[in-house]
Design a protein around this ligand. Structure first.
Ligand code: ADP
Length: 631
């Protein structure tokens, strides 16, 4: 009886990833072994976890291990595990598609140049496909734990793969690499040993290989374990080298770039746990939408689950690593985790350790470090901020307990210079008479900087924070103050700038003088504005629009509306610069039609100055043209 061979074509993205992997990662091809061993270790972890409740699953095959089998004659290197295995459908699903949503979109958006950038390619989680770096043909034979059926998957990476029934003695997976001519070195003991030592020493399961042992004249083959087979996090802090951390991280996170920083900790006392947490060097392309955490939960060295959301708050989803608890039961499930008090304790520790790490990075400032073998001046915190700052803002908003410490880590642009500034440094620079932390929000840095709302603040040499992220205004609203200094929007309420008695009297006199004008304009713009008043915000512009102190800003309304919320538009207050020539001209303008036109124009230009299109752009243009033709 001949087995039926089914032919399947790869998902289009797989073809692209495959050709990228093979073409771009050639000089890093030794990592294939790290990737395949890491998959094998994961499969054993899963089996080990399931066997906690399904005792029969292990059967007679109790010694969990990975084996590397070199076959000179066949020219193959096999990575064998007795892990959980795959069913036929799982093989087709796992080895013929790319699971990460959005990878297709990303792939299409990459330029030819970017496609050579291995850090970008690494984001696809190339894992298994790296087999084709060294093999022109790959055969995977697998038998799922608990099943007596084995299946075989074969591909030459030419657009398709074949699946057929197969024989396999026990559960687990063989990945058989038919080595390319120029990769035959991996049939020898030492190249394999070297790569395992470099990339996979930390793997928790023994990686075994038959090696030649010369005893007398006879050469004998003997199984030996190539790795320490001890979880990295259980080793003493001082015993783990930077190099080991980097390789462990890369295997764990399926990343190609070095981690930026890490923290390795042990908590002892009523609860005991060990953790090894990494901050990646680069954000994944789907950082914002992706909700999965990157932390694996272990209990007493037994792998329990990936993506342990219960022990890591969502805003820390950039963190990769492991947490190993001594207190949780081995049969812990997500449901138990959600209720268990230990979970809260662990989560608190995780948050605390990551915050301490980030605080250290922030305090470190610019230092000389080795990056890709070269000494460079780097500010790791600013690098972190560029990649993940967005998530700290989420943290400030959602995590009230962490808010205080997080607020010290936030960085913003300001009118001071082009750098990024924290609140503490801002407050330290405040002139003696400045009472608040001022900010202005706009869609772009240029618009924020040029905002009329900050004219008077700039004139007084008050620094103004320039907030350009949609979430920023909610952050300062949530914080309300920093170091007892309130956050004050340059475009809301009254600025309450310190003033002498003389200035105060002069202002009141102006208000009185302009009262007829503001009343008249309020009538002319009754549809658009809530009120019209004289301002002390402006020095150069004739007018600006402001909100009530406690209301949402126009930008916040717009952000919500863009996100699909039904938000009514609040009318705003039009503020006039009493000293501006235009305002003075308006005072003397008797013609009602002309007055109405000018008022509308003044209102619309205030919108334009903050980056908003007037409600009726055509009318705006018409009025402007009419005015220009009179000039
Ligand atoms: P990733 O490991 O990032 O998910 P891979 O391409 O390396 O991506 O592997 C895809 C999937 O194939 C894995 O998630 C796993 O489900 C399955 N797989 C790969 N190797 C093995 C193996 N040795 N045993 C069982 N399943 C495996």
């Amino acid at each position: 009886m001949t087995a039926t061979v089914e032919k399947h074509v790869f998902q289009a993205e797989v073809n692209e990833v495959l050709s990228l992997v093979v073409n771009s990662l050639y000089s890093h091809r030794e990592v294939f072994l790290r990737e395949l061993i890491s998959n094998a270790a994961d499969a054993i972890d899963q089996l080990n976890f399931r066997s906690l409740t399904e005792h029969a699953l292990l059967g007679d095959d109790k010694e969990l291990r990975i084996e590397l089998i070199r076959d000179d004659k066949a020219g193959t290197l096999t990575i064998r595990d007795n892990g959980v295995g795959m069913t036929r459908d799982e093989m087709i699903g796992n080895l013929g598609t790319i699971a990460r949503s959005g990878s297709k979109k990303l792939m299409q958006s990459l330029s030819a140049e970017q496609k050579k950038d291995i850090t970008l390619i690494g984001q696809f989680g190339v894992g298994f496909y790296s087999a084709f770096l060294v093999a022109d043909s790959v055969t995977v034979t697998s038998r799922k734990a608990g099943s007596d059926e084995a299946w075989q998957w074969t591909s030459q990476a030419k657009g398709d793969f074949e699946v057929q029934k197969a024989e396999r003695a026990g559960r687990g997976t063989d990945v058989i690499l038919h080595l390319k001519d120029d990769a035959k070195e991996y049939l020898n003991e030492w190249p394999v040993r070297e790569v395992v030592g470099k990339y996979s020493d930390f793997v928790r399961w023994p990686i075994r290989m038959e090696v030649e042992r010369s005893g007398g004249d006879e050469k004998k083959l003997e199984w030996t374990t190539l790795n320490q087979a001890r979880a990295l996090w259980t080793r003493a802090k001082g015993d783990v080298t930077d190099e080991q951390h980097r390789e462990f991280y890369k295997a764990l996170a399926h990343d190609w770039t070095d981690p930026l920083a890490w923290t390795h900790f042990k908590v002892e006392g009523t609860h005991e746990l060990t953790g090894l947490l990494y901050v990646p060097g680069k954000a994944p392309f789907d950082l914002v939408e992706k909700r999965k955490s990157g932390v694996k939960l272990f209990v007493k060295r037994v792998f329990i689950m990936d993506d342990a959301q219960e022990i890591v708050p969502e805003w820390l989803r950039f963190v990769k690593g492991v947490v190993d608890s001594e207190d949780l039961p081995l049969n812990v499930s997500r449901e138990i985790l959600q209720k268990d008090a230990t979970t809260r304790f662990i989560k608190k520790q995780v948050v605390g350790k990551v915050l301490s790490l980030l605080e250290e990075l922030a305090a470190e400032g610019e230092t000389e470090r080795e990056v890709d073998g070269e000494k460079q001046k780097v500010d790791r915190f600013l690098q972190f901020w560029g990649e993940f700052g967005r998530l700290l803002k989420e943290g400030v908003y959602h995590d009230v307990d962490a808010r205080d410490r997080l607020s010290k880590l936030l960085r913003f642009r300001s009118t001071k210079d082009d750098g990024l500034h924290g609140f503490a440094a801002y407050v330290a620079r405040m002139p003696a008479d400045q009472k608040a932390i001022y900010y202005v929000a706009a869609d772009s840095l240029a618009t924020a900087k040029a905002s009329p709302h900050i004219e008077a603040l700039k004139k007084r040499s008050y620094e103004v924070l320039l907030l350009t992220d949609a979430i920023d205004e909610w952050i300062v609203d949530a914080l309300r103050q920093f170091d007892d200094k309130p956050f004050v929007s340059a475009a809301k309420g009254a600025l309450d700038l310190p003033e002498s008695d003389e200035q105060k009297q002069a202002k009141e006199a102006k208000q009185k003088e302009l009262a007829p004008l503001t009343e008249r304009m309020q009538k002319a713009l009754a549809e658009q504005v809530k009120s019209v008043r004289v301002t002390d915000r402006l020095t150069d512009s004739p007018a600006c629009l402001v909100n009530d102190e406690h209301g949402m800003s126009a930008r916040q309304e717009r952000v919500l509306r863009d996100a699909g919320h039904d938000v009514p538009t609040q009318k705003r207050i039009l503020e006039l610069n009493a000293d501006h020539a235009v305002v003075k001209r308006l005072q003397g303008l008797a013609d009602e039609t002309a007055f109405a036109d000018w008022s509308a124009l003044l209102y619309d230009q205030a919108l334009v100055a903050e980056g908003t299109l007037p409600a009726d752009p055509a009318a705006f243009a018409r009025r402007l043209t009419a005015l220009m033709s009179k000039a």
